[in-house]
Design a protein. Structure first.
Length: 244
C-alpha cells in the first residue's frame, strides 16, 4: 500500500513538473487524458497529491489494454471525440479573436500570403493562422541572369508555363525546390518568433477564414502599415518573396 501511495505521489509531482508552467503558475496544456489498465488512474485523479489546477484540466479517464506507445495510441482513439471538441472550441476562440481585431480595425491583423510573409519577415506576427488544406505550393526558382526568386502558386496556376518564365526576358525559370506552403510554414515559423495554429473549415469561423481571408493570416504584436511594401499581385495569385 505504501509503495502504491509513493507511486501516486511521484506521478502527481511529475505531472506538476511537466504540465504547470513555472513562469505563470498555470497549466501549459488545454486538457489531460488519464489512461491505464487498472485503478491507478482513478486514484491519481482523486488524490490530494494531484495538483487541483491539473485536476480541472482532466477531460477523460479511460481504460486501456496495453502499455507504452500502444496504450497511448489507444487512449487517444478512445478520447477522439472529446479531443476533437476541445480543438473545435479552441479554433472558434482563436479565429474569433482574429475577427475581433479585423472588425475593430486595430491594424493588428494580416491576411493573404503576401502580406503575411511580409509581416513575418518584420517579426510582427504573434500568431500565424493557416488552413490545414491550404492549396498552394512554394517554389524556389533560379533565374540565370538575376539569381533565385521565390514564388507561390495555387495548383491551377502550376499548369500555366508563363508563371515559370521571367516576365522581362521570357527566359525559362529553373525549379530548385517545390513544397507545400503549409509544410514550409510548419518548418520555418519558429525562426519568425511566432506561434503556428493550423485550423479547419469545419466551424463557421473557420469556414469564413478560409473562404474570405484565403486561409492564411495572422494576429500581430503591434500595428503594422503594409502599404509601404511594393505588392505586385492580388491574394491568391503569384507571390515574390524576398525574405529569404
Amino acid at each position: 500500500m505504501e509503495k502504491r501511495h509513493n507511486y501516486v505521489r511521484k506521478t502527481a509531482e511529475l505531472a506538476t513538473q511537466y504540465y504547470i508552467d513555472p513562469a505563470t503558475s498555470q497549466p501549459n496544456v488545454s486538457g489531460l487524458i488519464l489512461a491505464g489498465s487498472a485503478d491507478f488512474k482513478t486514484e491519481l485523479s482523486q488524490s490530494d497529491k494531484f495538483d487541483p489546477r491539473l485536476r480541472d484540466k482532466v477531460l477523460n479517464v479511460v481504460d486501456v489494454s496495453y502499455g507504452g506507445e500502444s496504450g497511448f495510441n489507444q487512449a487517444i482513439e478512445l478520447s477522439a471525440e472529446i479531443l476533437s471538441n476541445v480543438k473545435f472550441i479552441q479554433e472558434k476562440r482563436l479565429i474569433g479573436k482574429y475577427f475581433e481585431e479585423f472588425s475593430q480595425d486595430t491594424g493588428k491583423y494580416v491576411f493573404g500570403v503576401d502580406d503575411t510573409l511580409n509581416a513575418l519577415d518584420m517579426g510582427a506576427v504573434e500568431t500565424l493562422i493557416v488552413w490545414e488544406n491550404l492549396d498552394m505550393n512554394r517554389y524556389e526558382l533560379k533565374n540565370t541572369a538575376t539569381g533565385e526568386i521565390v514564388k507561390h502558386f495555387k495548383k491551377e496556376q502550376e499548369t500555366n508555363q508563363n508563371n515559370f518564365r521571367d516576365p522581362a526576358t521570357s527566359a525559362e525559370l529553373e525549379v530548385q525546390t517545390k513544397m507545400p506552403l503549409l509544410e514550409w510554414f510548419a518548418n520555418e515559423y519558429r525562426r519568425f518568433g511566432c506561434v503556428l495554429e493550423i485550423v479547419t473549415n469545419k466551424s463557421q469561423e473557420g469556414s469564413q477564414f478560409c473562404q474570405g481571408f484565403g486561409g492564411v493570416g495572422g494576429i500581430l504584436r503591434y500595428r503594422v502599415d503594409l502599404t509601404s511594401f511594393d505588392v505586385d499581385s492580388d491574394d491568391g495569385g503569384v507571390y515574390d518573396d524576398d525574405s529569404e
